[in-house]
Design a protein around this ligand. Structure first.
Ligand code: FAD
Length: 372
Protein backbone atom coordinates (compact mmCIF):
# COMPACT_ATOMS: atom_id res chain seq x y z
CA UNK A 1 0.00 0.00 0.00
CA UNK A 2 1.25 3.51 -0.85
CA UNK A 3 2.45 5.48 2.15
CA UNK A 4 1.21 8.88 1.00
CA UNK A 5 -2.35 9.81 -0.02
CA UNK A 6 -4.23 12.98 -0.85
CA UNK A 7 -7.20 11.74 1.15
CA UNK A 8 -7.73 8.85 3.52
CA UNK A 9 -11.38 8.07 4.26
CA UNK A 10 -11.92 6.06 7.44
CA UNK A 11 -15.09 3.96 7.28
CA UNK A 12 -16.77 2.53 4.18
CA UNK A 13 -20.43 2.92 5.09
CA UNK A 14 -22.56 5.10 2.80
CA UNK A 15 -20.84 8.30 3.96
CA UNK A 16 -17.27 7.08 3.50
CA UNK A 17 -17.80 5.31 0.19
CA UNK A 18 -19.60 8.23 -1.37
CA UNK A 19 -17.01 10.74 -0.11
CA UNK A 20 -14.20 8.52 -1.45
CA UNK A 21 -15.91 8.15 -4.84
CA UNK A 22 -16.58 11.86 -5.26
CA UNK A 23 -13.03 12.78 -4.22
CA UNK A 24 -11.55 10.23 -6.63
CA UNK A 25 -13.75 11.51 -9.46
CA UNK A 26 -12.24 14.95 -8.85
CA UNK A 27 -8.73 13.55 -9.30
CA UNK A 28 -7.64 12.99 -5.69
CA UNK A 29 -5.60 9.90 -4.77
CA UNK A 30 -7.95 8.31 -2.25
CA UNK A 31 -7.62 5.40 0.17
CA UNK A 32 -10.89 4.08 1.66
CA UNK A 33 -10.47 1.95 4.79
CA UNK A 34 -12.86 -0.19 6.78
CA UNK A 35 -12.16 -2.37 9.76
CA UNK A 36 -14.82 -4.88 8.63
CA UNK A 37 -14.61 -7.50 5.92
CA UNK A 38 -17.05 -6.65 3.11
CA UNK A 39 -19.90 -7.18 2.43
CA UNK A 40 -20.74 -6.63 6.08
CA UNK A 41 -24.04 -6.46 7.97
CA UNK A 42 -24.98 -3.29 9.84
CA UNK A 43 -27.64 -2.65 12.46
CA UNK A 44 -30.08 -0.62 10.38
CA UNK A 45 -33.74 -0.52 9.35
CA UNK A 46 -32.51 -0.69 5.72
CA UNK A 47 -35.10 1.87 4.57
CA UNK A 48 -33.68 4.37 2.10
CA UNK A 49 -35.88 7.44 1.86
CA UNK A 50 -36.43 9.81 -1.02
CA UNK A 51 -33.92 12.31 0.34
CA UNK A 52 -31.23 9.63 0.07
CA UNK A 53 -32.45 8.57 -3.38
CA UNK A 54 -32.31 12.15 -4.63
CA UNK A 55 -28.69 12.47 -3.48
CA UNK A 56 -27.85 9.20 -5.24
CA UNK A 57 -29.61 10.50 -8.37
CA UNK A 58 -27.68 13.75 -8.30
CA UNK A 59 -24.32 11.93 -8.17
CA UNK A 60 -25.36 9.43 -10.87
CA UNK A 61 -25.64 6.34 -8.65
CA UNK A 62 -29.39 5.80 -8.42
CA UNK A 63 -29.62 3.22 -11.21
CA UNK A 64 -26.81 1.11 -9.81
CA UNK A 65 -28.74 0.89 -6.51
CA UNK A 66 -32.20 0.30 -7.98
CA UNK A 67 -30.92 -2.60 -10.10
CA UNK A 68 -30.13 -4.52 -6.90
CA UNK A 69 -33.83 -5.52 -6.68
CA UNK A 70 -34.53 -3.01 -3.92
CA UNK A 71 -38.05 -3.38 -2.51
CA UNK A 72 -40.23 -0.28 -3.04
CA UNK A 73 -41.91 0.85 0.18
CA UNK A 74 -45.62 1.78 0.03
CA UNK A 75 -46.90 1.99 3.61
CA UNK A 76 -45.57 2.72 7.09
CA UNK A 77 -47.67 0.79 9.62
CA UNK A 78 -47.31 2.19 13.14
CA UNK A 79 -48.73 0.72 16.34
CA UNK A 80 -48.56 1.41 20.07
CA UNK A 81 -50.42 -0.46 22.82
CA UNK A 82 -53.47 1.77 22.33
CA UNK A 83 -53.38 3.16 18.80
CA UNK A 84 -52.37 2.30 15.27
CA UNK A 85 -52.20 4.04 11.90
CA UNK A 86 -51.08 3.42 8.33
CA UNK A 87 -49.22 6.18 6.55
CA UNK A 88 -48.90 6.03 2.74
CA UNK A 89 -45.33 6.43 1.50
CA UNK A 90 -44.78 8.04 -1.88
CA UNK A 91 -41.20 6.92 -2.30
CA UNK A 92 -38.46 5.01 -0.55
CA UNK A 93 -36.94 1.57 -0.92
CA UNK A 94 -35.68 -1.18 1.30
CA UNK A 95 -32.33 -2.84 0.61
CA UNK A 96 -30.00 -4.92 2.77
CA UNK A 97 -26.97 -3.01 3.98
CA UNK A 98 -24.75 -5.82 2.70
CA UNK A 99 -25.92 -5.06 -0.86
CA UNK A 100 -26.23 -1.28 -0.56
CA UNK A 101 -22.88 -0.62 1.09
CA UNK A 102 -21.04 -3.04 -1.22
CA UNK A 103 -22.48 -1.25 -4.28
CA UNK A 104 -21.22 2.09 -3.00
CA UNK A 105 -17.78 0.63 -2.23
CA UNK A 106 -17.67 -0.77 -5.76
CA UNK A 107 -18.63 2.64 -7.17
CA UNK A 108 -15.77 4.24 -5.23
CA UNK A 109 -13.40 1.64 -6.73
CA UNK A 110 -14.65 2.29 -10.26
CA UNK A 111 -13.96 6.00 -9.70
CA UNK A 112 -10.35 5.19 -8.76
CA UNK A 113 -10.37 5.05 -4.95
CA UNK A 114 -8.37 2.19 -3.44
CA UNK A 115 -10.40 0.16 -0.91
CA UNK A 116 -8.81 -1.75 1.92
CA UNK A 117 -11.28 -3.84 3.97
CA UNK A 118 -10.41 -5.51 7.29
CA UNK A 119 -8.15 -2.55 8.04
CA UNK A 120 -8.71 -0.71 11.30
CA UNK A 121 -7.36 2.83 11.23
CA UNK A 122 -6.38 5.19 14.02
CA UNK A 123 -5.52 8.83 13.54
CA UNK A 124 -1.93 9.38 14.67
CA UNK A 125 0.13 12.55 14.91
CA UNK A 126 -0.55 15.70 12.97
CA UNK A 127 2.22 16.63 10.48
CA UNK A 128 2.97 19.97 8.82
CA UNK A 129 0.73 19.04 5.86
CA UNK A 130 -1.68 16.40 7.11
CA UNK A 131 -1.98 13.42 9.44
CA UNK A 132 -0.25 10.15 10.06
CA UNK A 133 -2.72 7.29 10.03
CA UNK A 134 -1.87 4.12 11.93
CA UNK A 135 -2.91 0.80 10.42
CA UNK A 136 -1.74 -1.77 12.94
CA UNK A 137 2.06 -1.59 12.88
CA UNK A 138 2.14 0.45 9.61
CA UNK A 139 1.82 4.20 9.30
CA UNK A 140 0.61 6.04 6.21
CA UNK A 141 0.18 9.75 5.59
CA UNK A 142 -2.87 11.70 4.40
CA UNK A 143 -3.06 15.35 3.42
CA UNK A 144 -6.77 15.29 4.25
CA UNK A 145 -8.68 12.85 6.45
CA UNK A 146 -12.41 12.17 6.17
CA UNK A 147 -13.78 10.47 9.26
CA UNK A 148 -16.81 8.38 8.27
CA UNK A 149 -16.48 5.73 10.94
CA UNK A 150 -20.05 5.73 12.23
CA UNK A 151 -21.15 6.16 15.83
CA UNK A 152 -17.73 5.48 17.33
CA UNK A 153 -15.24 7.50 15.29
CA UNK A 154 -11.56 7.09 16.14
CA UNK A 155 -9.60 9.77 17.93
CA UNK A 156 -11.58 12.96 17.96
CA UNK A 157 -9.71 15.14 20.37
CA UNK A 158 -12.90 16.27 22.12
CA UNK A 159 -14.80 12.98 22.38
CA UNK A 160 -17.80 11.97 20.35
CA UNK A 161 -20.57 13.75 22.27
CA UNK A 162 -22.69 10.75 23.25
CA UNK A 163 -25.90 11.94 24.92
CA UNK A 164 -26.35 10.36 28.37
CA UNK A 165 -29.53 8.27 28.65
CA UNK A 166 -29.86 7.91 24.88
CA UNK A 167 -31.20 4.67 23.48
CA UNK A 168 -29.06 1.88 22.05
CA UNK A 169 -29.61 0.18 18.70
CA UNK A 170 -30.07 -3.53 18.00
CA UNK A 171 -30.70 -5.56 14.87
CA UNK A 172 -31.34 -9.09 13.66
CA UNK A 173 -32.71 -10.95 10.64
CA UNK A 174 -35.26 -13.76 10.43
CA UNK A 175 -35.91 -16.11 7.52
CA UNK A 176 -39.70 -16.07 7.85
CA UNK A 177 -42.55 -14.10 9.40
CA UNK A 178 -46.33 -14.66 9.80
CA UNK A 179 -48.56 -13.54 6.91
CA UNK A 180 -49.63 -10.44 8.82
CA UNK A 181 -46.24 -8.91 7.92
CA UNK A 182 -46.18 -7.72 4.31
CA UNK A 183 -43.59 -6.92 1.68
CA UNK A 184 -43.50 -3.18 0.76
CA UNK A 185 -44.62 -2.24 4.32
CA UNK A 186 -42.47 -0.76 7.09
CA UNK A 187 -43.93 -2.16 10.34
CA UNK A 188 -43.06 -0.05 13.36
CA UNK A 189 -44.09 -1.35 16.80
CA UNK A 190 -43.65 1.32 19.46
CA UNK A 191 -43.55 0.83 23.22
CA UNK A 192 -42.42 2.86 26.20
CA UNK A 193 -39.07 1.00 26.29
CA UNK A 194 -38.29 1.48 22.61
CA UNK A 195 -39.46 0.58 19.12
CA UNK A 196 -38.90 -2.19 16.59
CA UNK A 197 -38.96 -1.76 12.80
CA UNK A 198 -39.67 -4.81 10.63
CA UNK A 199 -39.28 -4.91 6.82
CA UNK A 200 -38.78 -7.59 4.20
CA UNK A 201 -35.46 -7.34 2.35
CA UNK A 202 -34.85 -7.93 -1.35
CA UNK A 203 -33.72 -11.52 -0.66
CA UNK A 204 -36.86 -12.42 1.34
CA UNK A 205 -35.27 -12.21 4.81
CA UNK A 206 -37.00 -10.09 7.46
CA UNK A 207 -34.89 -7.29 8.87
CA UNK A 208 -35.45 -6.15 12.44
CA UNK A 209 -33.97 -2.92 13.74
CA UNK A 210 -34.71 -1.46 17.13
CA UNK A 211 -33.90 1.37 19.48
CA UNK A 212 -34.15 0.32 23.12
CA UNK A 213 -33.75 1.87 26.54
CA UNK A 214 -30.59 0.30 27.88
CA UNK A 215 -32.13 -0.45 31.32
CA UNK A 216 -35.09 -2.22 29.73
CA UNK A 217 -32.76 -4.53 27.77
CA UNK A 218 -31.09 -5.49 31.05
CA UNK A 219 -34.41 -5.89 32.84
CA UNK A 220 -35.84 -8.43 30.37
CA UNK A 221 -32.42 -10.04 29.81
CA UNK A 222 -31.72 -9.24 26.19
CA UNK A 223 -32.84 -7.51 23.00
CA UNK A 224 -34.81 -10.54 21.70
CA UNK A 225 -37.24 -10.75 24.64
CA UNK A 226 -37.63 -6.94 24.67
CA UNK A 227 -38.41 -6.86 20.92
CA UNK A 228 -40.95 -9.68 21.42
CA UNK A 229 -42.56 -7.74 24.27
CA UNK A 230 -42.88 -4.52 22.21
CA UNK A 231 -44.36 -6.41 19.23
CA UNK A 232 -46.84 -8.12 21.58
CA UNK A 233 -47.83 -4.80 23.21
CA UNK A 234 -48.49 -3.39 19.73
CA UNK A 235 -51.00 -6.22 19.23
CA UNK A 236 -49.07 -7.83 16.37
CA UNK A 237 -48.44 -11.57 15.85
CA UNK A 238 -45.33 -13.00 17.46
CA UNK A 239 -42.35 -13.54 15.15
CA UNK A 240 -41.09 -17.12 15.64
CA UNK A 241 -37.42 -17.15 16.53
CA UNK A 242 -37.31 -13.49 17.54
CA UNK A 243 -36.14 -14.18 21.08
CA UNK A 244 -33.51 -16.77 20.18
CA UNK A 245 -31.99 -15.28 17.02
CA UNK A 246 -28.62 -13.59 17.00
CA UNK A 247 -28.86 -9.85 17.75
CA UNK A 248 -26.16 -7.28 17.06
CA UNK A 249 -26.01 -4.13 19.16
CA UNK A 250 -24.72 -0.57 18.91
CA UNK A 251 -23.39 2.01 21.29
CA UNK A 252 -25.76 4.78 22.46
CA UNK A 253 -27.34 6.33 19.41
CA UNK A 254 -27.86 10.04 19.95
CA UNK A 255 -24.58 11.94 19.88
CA UNK A 256 -23.25 15.29 18.85
CA UNK A 257 -19.49 15.80 18.67
CA UNK A 258 -18.48 19.30 19.74
CA UNK A 259 -16.86 19.86 16.34
CA UNK A 260 -17.32 18.33 12.91
CA UNK A 261 -13.77 19.16 11.84
CA UNK A 262 -10.18 19.36 12.92
CA UNK A 263 -7.28 20.73 10.89
CA UNK A 264 -7.34 18.97 7.49
CA UNK A 265 -10.00 16.65 8.85
CA UNK A 266 -13.76 16.49 8.20
CA UNK A 267 -16.41 14.38 9.92
CA UNK A 268 -19.33 13.05 7.87
CA UNK A 269 -22.27 10.67 8.38
CA UNK A 270 -23.00 9.34 11.87
CA UNK A 271 -19.50 10.38 12.96
CA UNK A 272 -20.65 14.00 12.66
CA UNK A 273 -23.68 13.43 14.90
CA UNK A 274 -26.74 11.21 14.99
CA UNK A 275 -30.22 11.20 16.45
CA UNK A 276 -31.99 7.91 17.16
CA UNK A 277 -33.46 6.29 14.07
CA UNK A 278 -37.26 6.65 14.38
CA UNK A 279 -37.61 8.67 11.15
CA UNK A 280 -35.20 6.40 9.23
CA UNK A 281 -33.02 9.16 7.85
CA UNK A 282 -29.46 8.26 8.82
CA UNK A 283 -28.47 7.02 5.35
CA UNK A 284 -29.82 10.21 3.79
CA UNK A 285 -27.84 12.34 6.27
CA UNK A 286 -24.74 10.23 5.61
CA UNK A 287 -24.97 10.59 1.82
CA UNK A 288 -25.81 14.29 1.86
CA UNK A 289 -22.99 15.15 4.26
CA UNK A 290 -20.50 13.06 2.25
CA UNK A 291 -21.40 14.71 -1.05
CA UNK A 292 -21.35 18.15 0.54
CA UNK A 293 -17.99 17.62 2.23
CA UNK A 294 -16.07 16.95 -0.98
CA UNK A 295 -15.48 20.56 -2.15
CA UNK A 296 -14.25 21.44 1.35
CA UNK A 297 -11.83 18.52 1.38
CA UNK A 298 -10.55 19.47 -2.08
CA UNK A 299 -9.98 23.04 -0.91
CA UNK A 300 -8.10 21.68 2.12
CA UNK A 301 -5.72 19.87 -0.26
CA UNK A 302 -4.59 23.31 -1.45
CA UNK A 303 -3.78 24.42 2.10
CA UNK A 304 -5.51 24.63 5.45
CA UNK A 305 -7.27 27.59 6.95
CA UNK A 306 -9.64 27.29 9.94
CA UNK A 307 -12.30 29.12 7.95
CA UNK A 308 -12.69 25.85 5.98
CA UNK A 309 -13.62 24.02 9.18
CA UNK A 310 -15.95 26.81 10.25
CA UNK A 311 -17.57 26.84 6.81
CA UNK A 312 -18.06 23.07 6.93
CA UNK A 313 -19.68 23.41 10.38
CA UNK A 314 -22.20 25.96 9.07
CA UNK A 315 -22.96 23.92 6.01
CA UNK A 316 -23.35 20.69 7.99
CA UNK A 317 -25.70 22.45 10.38
CA UNK A 318 -27.80 23.79 7.51
CA UNK A 319 -27.95 20.46 5.66
CA UNK A 320 -28.25 18.01 8.53
CA UNK A 321 -28.70 19.81 11.89
CA UNK A 322 -32.11 21.23 11.02
CA UNK A 323 -33.38 17.83 9.86
CA UNK A 324 -32.08 16.20 13.04
CA UNK A 325 -34.16 18.60 15.12
CA UNK A 326 -37.35 17.23 13.53
CA UNK A 327 -36.23 13.66 14.20
CA UNK A 328 -35.48 14.56 17.80
CA UNK A 329 -38.99 15.98 18.24
CA UNK A 330 -40.55 12.82 16.77
CA UNK A 331 -38.47 10.66 19.13
CA UNK A 332 -39.61 12.72 22.14
CA UNK A 333 -43.28 12.37 21.16
CA UNK A 334 -42.73 8.64 20.90
CA UNK A 335 -41.39 8.37 24.43
CA UNK A 336 -44.72 9.57 25.83
CA UNK A 337 -47.47 6.91 25.61
CA UNK A 338 -50.09 9.69 25.71
CA UNK A 339 -48.62 11.83 22.93
CA UNK A 340 -47.66 8.93 20.69
CA UNK A 341 -51.19 7.49 20.90
CA UNK A 342 -52.66 10.96 20.29
CA UNK A 343 -50.44 11.44 17.24
CA UNK A 344 -51.42 8.05 15.79
CA UNK A 345 -55.15 8.67 16.40
CA UNK A 346 -54.84 12.04 14.68
CA UNK A 347 -53.05 10.55 11.65
CA UNK A 348 -55.62 7.75 11.42
CA UNK A 349 -58.52 10.20 11.42
CA UNK A 350 -56.88 12.80 9.18
CA UNK A 351 -54.24 10.98 7.07
CA UNK A 352 -53.00 14.11 5.33
CA UNK A 353 -51.64 15.38 8.67
CA UNK A 354 -48.56 13.22 8.03
CA UNK A 355 -47.89 14.75 4.60
CA UNK A 356 -46.00 17.92 5.63
CA UNK A 357 -43.71 15.88 7.91
CA UNK A 358 -43.01 13.29 5.21
CA UNK A 359 -42.42 16.02 2.64
CA UNK A 360 -39.92 17.69 4.93
CA UNK A 361 -38.10 14.42 5.70
CA UNK A 362 -37.83 13.55 2.03
CA UNK A 363 -36.93 16.95 0.60
CA UNK A 364 -33.69 16.82 -1.40
CA UNK A 365 -30.61 18.52 0.06
CA UNK A 366 -29.50 21.64 -1.72
CA UNK A 367 -25.82 20.82 -1.23
CA UNK A 368 -24.83 21.85 -4.75
CA UNK A 369 -25.96 25.40 -3.97
CA UNK A 370 -23.90 25.73 -0.83
CA UNK A 371 -20.34 25.09 -1.95
CA UNK A 372 -17.37 26.95 -0.50
C1 FAD B 1 -31.51 0.53 14.84
C2 FAD B 1 -31.17 1.42 13.68
C3 FAD B 1 -32.06 1.52 12.62
C4 FAD B 1 -31.74 2.37 11.56
N1 FAD B 1 -32.61 2.44 10.51
C5 FAD B 1 -32.34 3.25 9.48
C6 FAD B 1 -33.19 3.29 8.34
O1 FAD B 1 -34.15 2.52 8.21
N2 FAD B 1 -32.89 4.18 7.36
C7 FAD B 1 -31.84 5.01 7.44
O2 FAD B 1 -31.64 5.84 6.54
N3 FAD B 1 -30.97 4.96 8.48
C8 FAD B 1 -31.20 4.11 9.49
N4 FAD B 1 -30.31 4.01 10.53
C9 FAD B 1 -29.13 4.86 10.53
C10 FAD B 1 -28.07 4.36 9.56
O3 FAD B 1 -27.78 3.01 9.81
C11 FAD B 1 -26.78 5.21 9.75
O4 FAD B 1 -27.13 6.55 9.90
C12 FAD B 1 -25.85 5.05 8.57
O5 FAD B 1 -25.37 3.73 8.48
C13 FAD B 1 -24.66 6.01 8.72
O6 FAD B 1 -23.73 5.75 7.71
P1 FAD B 1 -22.17 6.07 7.98
O7 FAD B 1 -21.50 5.81 6.68
O8 FAD B 1 -22.01 7.38 8.63
O9 FAD B 1 -21.71 5.01 9.07
P2 FAD B 1 -21.76 3.40 9.06
O10 FAD B 1 -22.73 2.91 8.09
O11 FAD B 1 -21.90 3.03 10.50
O12 FAD B 1 -20.32 2.99 8.54
C14 FAD B 1 -19.18 3.23 9.33
C15 FAD B 1 -18.11 2.24 8.91
O13 FAD B 1 -16.89 2.63 9.57
C16 FAD B 1 -16.18 1.45 9.89
N5 FAD B 1 -15.22 1.81 10.96
C17 FAD B 1 -15.50 2.23 12.21
N6 FAD B 1 -14.37 2.51 12.87
C18 FAD B 1 -13.35 2.27 12.02
C19 FAD B 1 -11.94 2.36 12.11
N7 FAD B 1 -11.34 2.77 13.22
N8 FAD B 1 -11.19 2.02 11.02
C20 FAD B 1 -11.78 1.59 9.88
N9 FAD B 1 -13.12 1.48 9.75
C21 FAD B 1 -13.90 1.82 10.79
C22 FAD B 1 -17.25 0.48 10.32
O14 FAD B 1 -16.82 -0.88 10.18
C23 FAD B 1 -18.39 0.82 9.33
O15 FAD B 1 -18.35 -0.03 8.19
C24 FAD B 1 -30.57 3.14 11.59
C25 FAD B 1 -29.67 3.01 12.65
C26 FAD B 1 -29.96 2.15 13.67
C27 FAD B 1 -28.96 1.99 14.79
Amino acid sequence: MNADWDAVVIGAGPAGSLAARQLALRGARVLLLDKAAFPRPKVCGCCINDHALSTLRSVGLLDCILKLDAVPLRIMRLATASAHADVALEAGICLSREAFDQALVDAAGVAGAVFSPSTEAAVGDETHDGWNIRLGSDTIHARVVVIAAGLRPPSMREGNGAEPGSRIGAGATLDAAPNFYRRHVVHMACGSDGYVGIVQLEDGRWNLAAAFDRDAVRRVSGPGPLAAQIVHQAGWPALPGLEQCEWRGTVTLTRHPRRVWDRRMFLVGDAAGYVEPFTGEGIAWALASAAACVPWALRALDGWDDSLGEGWTRMHQRLIGDRQRLCRTASRVLRSPFWSAAALHAVRLVPWLASPVLRRLNAPSQFEKAMP
